[in-house]
Write a protein of this length. Structure first.
Ligand code: SF4
Ligand code: MG
Length: 340
């Protein structure tokens, strides 16, 4: 698909008493229109910092230290979201870009009927009048598979899965080009997870929405994502089609993540392939940031940072990987995910 977002060398740092925390430190990534792009990685790898920055939702002491995020709207010229004024970016955010923060299903107002909350969201973020907004509610509920009588209910009368679908319907209401969902299934029971997964899949399949799905849970990526980008220590270390990344992960860190997926009926294993602790964004390791934990570490890994480059392997869309193990098999340039 055509690009919706092009992220180039994005850096998001935090000022802390202990020094500069380089939470996102040079990310290159393309998000294509109509896809579900999964962003995977352990907590602390920079996933949430990255995705909030894409929508210019970074809050102090965080700041954008560099890079660009080119957004291609359905109509009109591409814009660099990092260069817009706050009021300009707010316009784009409500019209084109929706954010479902972690735990967002708890963000519904407990003393307001669902219908009124829809009207609030729509009128606040568009020039649609309240009467028209109210008329939109039944079809919005239907789009996420909810019964029409939900409109007259209060949040406490809804199950967790229903609340999550209401939240998703609110982003549909604004006809967003892009929905960013941060850990949408985390801390939900298995049944509700299923509902959320089906709802997000229908946003892509029925409405052609683009979804950035942020989760540490590789099993959710396996079910939902079209492509998966793996983050480690503030950088993307691998991007690949979902089938390929599970069948044949390239980066040693990705291999460890996939090895740690709980098997059906088995014990949940904790990154079985990966020993050691996640590094600190105050002081990333030199060279390859994964080298202190990598079972394949070589001399070069301690000194040189491996660039994120596509593999030559006969695939139409080759995996893109940042690892010295593949230096001989990589081509510079030519990838959608890395242009210099
Ligand atoms: Fe391991 Fe070296 Fe590859 Fe880093 S570059 S993942 S240390 S082999
Ligand atoms: Mg997070």
């Amino acid at each position: 698909g055509e690009p919706l977002l092009e992220v180039r060398d994005l850096r998001v740092y935090y000022r802390t008493v202990a020094g500069l925390s380089k939470a996102v430190d040079g990310v290159d990534l393309e998000v294509r229109r109509g896809e579900i792009l999964g962003i995977a990685g352990e907590s602390g790898s920079g996933k949430s910092t990255l995705t909030t920055a894409l929508l210019r939702l970074t809050k102090p002491p965080g700041f954008i230290a560099g890079g660009s995020v080119i957004f291609h709207p359905r109509e009109g010229a591409p814009v660099d979201l990092m260069k817009l004024s706050d009021s300009q970016v707010r316009e784009y955010r409500w019209r084109n870009l929706s954010y479902l923060p972690q735990g967002s299903m708890n963000s519904l107002n407990p003393v307001m009927k669902i219908e009124d909350q829809f009207v609030d969201v729509i009128t606040q973020h568009s020039d649609i009048p309240a009467r028209k907004a109210r008329e939109m509610v039944p079809s919005l509920l239907e789009q996420v598979g909810l019964d029409l009588h939900v409109a007259r209910m209060y949040p406490h009368e809804l199950s967790g899965g229903m609340k999550q679908r209401v939240i998703i319907a609110m982003s549909v209401a604004l006809n967003s080009d892009l929905v960013v969902a941060d850990e949408p299934t985390t801390a939900l029971d298995v049944h509700i997870q299923r509902v959320v997964i089906q709802t997000l899949a229908s946003l892509r399949d029925e409405f052609g929405m683009t979804v950035i799905l942020v989760t540490h849970d590789m099993a959710v990526h396996a079910e939902l994502a079209d492509r998966v980008a793996v983050m480690y220590a503030g950088k993307i270390v691998e991007v690949s089609d979902v089938h390929q990344i599970f069948k044949d992960p390239k980066h040693p860190y990705t291999q460890g993540l996939i090895a740690s997926i709980p098997k059906i009926g088995g014990e949940r294993r904790r990154l079985s392939g990966i020993g050691g602790n996640a590094p600190s964004p105050l002081n990333w390791p030199p060279g390859c940031r994964f080298h202190p934990r990598c079972p394949y570490v070589m001399d070069a890994c301690r000194q040189q940072e491996p660039p994120l480059l596509p593999l030559v392997n006969g695939h139409q869309r080759p995996p893109v990987v940042a690892c010295h193990l593949y230096t001989q098999q990589q081509v510079s340039g030519g990838s959608d995910d890395r242009r210099s």
